[in-house]
Design a protein around this ligand. Structure first.
Ligand SMILES: [Ca+2]
Ligand SMILES: [Ca+2]
Ligand SMILES: [Ca+2]
Length: 1021
């Protein structure tokens, strides 16, 4: 409500501004950063567009064009490929909001080749608001491709305004809403067909203010508005209640997304068919059968195969018959729309699970084997053709043959990886090309099986195996029915062979089939990471299972042993569960049927790992769509602040400048947004914001999932008043920040770990969460803290307690108290070069360097060399951010991996490099305040974040990175401060104080102490 008022007031101001000031500043897309990010100021010249400012997106040659992916942007007129001989392209997506005050123009000027302007819009909540008309192709060509979102103009959509212009609008989703009347105009309906069209398909629609049916019908008749590329039709209707004209495309694709998927195998016999409804479908005609041709040809009237199943008004159909094992079925669903038009669907197929499946992972052993004719040749597919069914007649490497000079009987045994419910065994007998002469194939055979490897049972009496032909393309001709016994071992003993000449026996191949009695295809898949703590486990049932015993534990052995807690379920699901965060679980499902023998088939072992944390608030969902409008989600509606009552509650959440986003998009901890929380306790005693926890992401029960901590990420400002106590309240119960109040001045994200158990409120029903600042003492001040990444963790608290590093390993120390001398005791004294001056510093005095030719040279000191560990720490103060890096400490030689460059990089970040890669800070520190910078390098380090850490003001601020290039620093240039002598100068511009070089990697505790911290603070996870 209140922000709306602000908007109106500011709007008046802007109007005044436009009237009085004739020059509208423009900003050009340069794409210089190469990342296409609209929000990246480096992509714009001169600066990131602001409210009222014209945006030009065009170039003679294609660039990396802007993508506005989330966030809110306010600007003036937008020109895409406006000038002659240019192209331009803009993508707006991800729920972004683009507010254009002025026209939106694509492809404007007359020239050759035609200027070509593209606008891509996607994402459900993406919004573009234009206060004037949308000009799509004036002399040039404009193309709008929209698959979702909302594109609004207060005026008209002007297609191909002039005879030489052209326009294409491809609208497959989302809404184009036009306030003008007429809402759509096109030059092309004056007789130049094909130069302008709007193609509407899918869920795309156009809405127009008032009754514009007659104008739209003219455009439809002229072929300017078409449906489904002209294959469908267009419907235009007027709704008197809302006074709106609506245009949609009709007759698009029929049904889609079949479940079971087309050509899916292993489908269960009691199948339920599901599909995505066809466009405009009111009912669906379902066809189902075993003949592709019948299913394809049938209609509701002509149905030779009797496969029409009837009409359903849903998108689901349960097949009434129990399907045949292994059979392929065909189905088709036609969409029928309100006018009874039938839109024929595609024919889909699936194959039902097989009755039995081959057993894999078999080990074969035999009483004896001839060289090159081992037992394994009977189970490895050797000798079989590509079909897997026909065996050859070459025995070496393809068949098993026992030795001739050994004691009898001869046997071969197969061991499976577990007991299976055995259906059949197929045998290809010994098929050597001489088989018909010598007859080594098994004839009279004893078959035994065992579930445990010790107790063998004979299957029936003896069996006679057919004699193989001894010719290629031999199909198995022996099938033994095991009748579903449980077996892990099968032993075949040869009582005779077909020749009766030699005491040698052989086989070509065997194959075993078992019934799928085990639970299978688990979800989540084995080893799945980041599994939801409320997951529901599911699997495909084993054949004949009537109940399922689900073992679940963090103790793997307990699941293996079956001693873990077990739940017996009827359905093939278990959950939703209540798992702990950041934990690995093991589970298995045993399939049980008391009526069968055995009653239980033990399942495989599966595991999953749960998510690390729960998000309470990441501030990603908020936008600037005004209250009451569709999709509106304003941060100050969720988080109640003191904006309307500033004398009591001095807080304001979100930015309040008119036409500016309310969320922060540059200083971000997670995702793309954080929120600024302004506090002002000069009059008010406190500044706090409060959210109803039921509306936040993690829900209200914080007693589950092993949750121990609420964590808050905050980012301060050097100008903040620190006469304030930060606090959090849960259900009104307050916990105060126990870190240093000075941290509110800190830039870089800091974590506050709040031990939930210590608050003393019921964690099973957290209703209210407040974040606030109250005065310490009588007087309060003001400031801003950015908030993001409010989470729940199961970790214990870890703190960093500052610790004096002492003089251990201190190689050089420059305090700059009126001299360049080294106070480490190692006499690495320096000399001022150029004209450095001594000024008031962070500790006593510092040196001021002008960025021209000032630096300090430590003659004869070469720094810490080779692959040895070292650290560099210093205080610096600079505002320079630009084309040149600024060296702080440099030494070594100008070879890759052989030099030390500790500097402020062109992006304002701290960088440690060795000439082959670098590690950088997350945060830019060129804000003009004093900052403590440090880099620690392990022994034998590579230039990656695992070995090199960057600290800003005592906080670890390292960007994670990997680079294999090792540090092996070589003595060459003397150590210099504020200059790189080997190349390009890179003079430092600003102040430097207290430079230290250690020959060891300092701990974070020691760095914190050097950064002037005295109180313990939370270590980030
Ligand atoms: Ca074989
Ligand atoms: Ca965020
Ligand atoms: Ca000093």
């Amino acid at each position: 409500m209140r922000r709306k008022m602000i908007y109106i007031i500011s709007f008046v101001l802007v109007v005044g501004l436009v009237t009085n000031v004739t020059v509208v500043r423009a900003t050009d897309w340069s794409g210089a950063a190469g990342d296409g990010d609209w929000m990246n100021p480096s992509n714009w010249s001169p600066i990131l567009p602001v409210a009222g400012e014209r945006v030009d997106i065009e170039n003679a040659t294609p660039l990396i064009w802007p993508i506005l992916d989330g966030g809110t942007v306010n600007c003036g007129e937008v020109r895409i490929a406006y000038v002659g001989n240019s192209v331009g392209e803009l993508t707006v997506t991800g729920g972004a909001v683009l507010n254009v005050v002025g026209e939106l123009r694509l492809g404007r000027q007359e020239s050759i080749p035609t200027p070509l302007g593209y606008l891509y819009i996607s994402g459900e909540t993406t919004t573009i608001n234009v206060t004037e008309l949308i000009e799509c192709g004036r002399h040039g060509k404009g193309i709008i491709v929209m698959s979702g979102g909302y594109l609004h103009s207060d005026a008209e959509l002007q297609l191909a305004y002039r005879f030489d212009g052209s326009a294409e609008v491809h609208l497959s989703g989302g809404t184009i809403d036009l306030g003008g009347n007429p809402g759509i105009t096109a030059y092309a309906n004056d007789g130049v067909p094909g130069t302008a069209f709007i193609d509407i398909s899918g869920n795309g629609k156009i809405t127009l203010a008032g009754n514009q049916v007659s104008n739209i019908e003219t455009l439809i008749n002229d072929g300017i508005i078409i449906g489904y590329g002209g294959e469908g039709t267009v419907s235009v209707t007027f709704d008197g209640t809302t006074n709106t004209t609506m245009i949609v495309g009709l007759g698009g694709p029929s049904t889609s997304e079949p479940d079971p998927a087309d050509e899916q195998t292993d489908v269960q016999r009691d199948v339920v068919l599901i599909w995505k409804p066809g466009t405009g479908a009111v009912t669906h005609d379902v066809y189902f059968g075993t003949s592709l041709e019948d299913v394809n040809n049938a209609t509701t009237a002509i149905d030779a195969g009797n496969i029409y199943q009837g009409s359903v008004n849903t998108n689901i159909y349960a097949v009434t018959e129990r399907l045949e094992f292994g059979r392929t079925y065909y189905w088709r669903v036609d969409a029928v729309d309100a006018s009874n038009m039938v839109n024929k669907g595609n024919v889909w197929s699936f194959t039902v699970e097989f009755f039995a499946y081959p057993v894999e992972n078999i080990v074969a052993t035999a009483s004896s084997s001839e060289e090159g004719k081992g037992a394994e040749n009977t189970i490895n597919g050797s000798g079989l053709d590509e079909s897997g069914f026909l065996h050859g007649s070459d025995s070496v490497g393809n068949m098993w043959l026992s030795s001739g000079d050994v004691a009898q009987p001869t046997w071969i045994e197969y061991e499976f990886d577990r007991a299976y419910k055995l259906h059949e065994m197929w045998v290809w007998n010994s098929n050597d090309s001489l088989e018909s002469l010598i007859g080594l194939g098994f004839k009279d055979v004893t078959i035994e099986y065992s579930a445990n490897g010790t107790d063998f049972v004979t299957l029936g009496t003896t069996h006679e195996f057919a004699r193989a032909p001894g010719k290629p393309d031999y199909a198995h001709d022996i099938t033994i029915d095991f009748g579903g016994v449980a077996a892990k071992h099968i032993r075949l003993t040869a009582n005779s062979n077909w020749g009766g000449i030699f005491s040698q026996f052989g086989l070509s191949e065997v194959r075993f089939f078992s019934l799928p009695v085990f639970a299978r295809t688990p979800s989540p898949a084995p080893g799945a990471p980041d599994v939801d703590v409320d997951v529901t486990l599911s699997w495909k049932a084993g054949r004949e299972a009537s109940t399922h015993e689900v073992y679940l534990s963090t103790d793997e052995q307990a699941v293996i042993d079956g001693t873990a807690e077990v739940a017996t379920v009827i359905e093939t699901t278990h959950g939703p569960l209540n798992l702990d965060l950041n934990t690995t679980y093991y589970w298995r499902v045993d399939e049980v049927n008391e009526a069968e023998t055995p009653t239980t088939w033990q399942g495989d072992f599966w595991n999953l790992s749960t998510q690390e944390y729960l998000v309470v608030e990441d501030f990603e969902s908020y936008n600037d769509i005004p209250a009451g409008e569709e999709g509106s989600n304003l941060v100050y509606v969720m988080w109640k602040d003191g904006f309307d009552n500033p004398t009591v509650n001095g807080s304001t959440i979100g930015y309040t400048e008119a036409f500016q986003p309310s969320m922060e998009a540059s200083i971000v901890y997670d995702g793309k947004q954080s929120v600024p929380l302004f506090y002002d306790n000069r009059v008010a005693a406190y500044s706090e914001v409060t959210a109803n926890v039921a509306d936040l992401q993690a829900g209200q029960d914080w007693s589950k999932h092993g949750i121990k901590a609420l964590t808050l990420q905050f980012y301060g400002d050097p100008n903040n008043s620190v006469n304030e106590q930060m606090y959090v309240k849960l259900n009104g119960s307050k916990v105060t920040y126990d870190g240093d109040a000075e941290n509110l001045k800190g830039i870089g994200w800091q974590i506050w770990y709040i031990d939930l158990a210590s608050i003393g409120v019921s964690l099973s029903n957290v209703t209210e969460l407040s974040i606030g600042f109250e005065r310490i003492g009588a007087f309060g001040g003001q400031g801003v803290v950015y908030l993001d990444g409010i989470r729940l963790y199961s970790y214990n608290r870890q703190v960093i307690t500052p610790e004096d590093p002492g003089r251990t390993g201190l190689q050089a120390h420059y305090e700059f108290e009126g001299t360049y001398n080294d106070s480490s005791g190692n006499a690495h004294h320096g000399t001022g070069m150029g004209n450095p001056t001594f000024v008031a510093g962070k500790v006593g005095q510092a040196i001021n360097l002008r960025g021209l030719n000032d630096y300090v040279e430590i003659t004869g000191y070469k720094g810490v060399l080779g692959p040895n560990a070292f650290s560099i720490t210093t205080w610096v103060k600079t505002t320079y951010i630009g084309d040149d890096p600024q060296e702080i400490v440099y030494y070594g030689t100008h070879g890759d991996g052989q030099r030390c460059e500790f500097r402020v990089h062109t992006d304002g970040r701290i960088r440690m490099g060795n000439g082959a890669g670098q590690v950088e800070s997350v945060t830019a520190m060129t804000d003009g305040g004093w900052h403590h910078l440090a880099a620690t390098i392990k022994e034998n380090a590579t230039n990656s974040s695992s070995d090199v850490r960057i600290y800003l003001d005592g906080q670890d601020d390292t960007q994670e990175s990997t680079d294999p290039d090792a540090f092996n620093l070589v003595a060459d240039w003397d150590v210099t401060i504020g200059y790189r002598p080997s190349q390009n100068d890179r003079f430092f511009m600003g102040e430097i104080d207290d430079v230290r070089i250690y020959d060891r990697a300092l701990s974070q505790e020691e760095i914190a102490w050097l950064a002037g911290r005295t109180k313990a603070f939370d270590k980030p996870f």
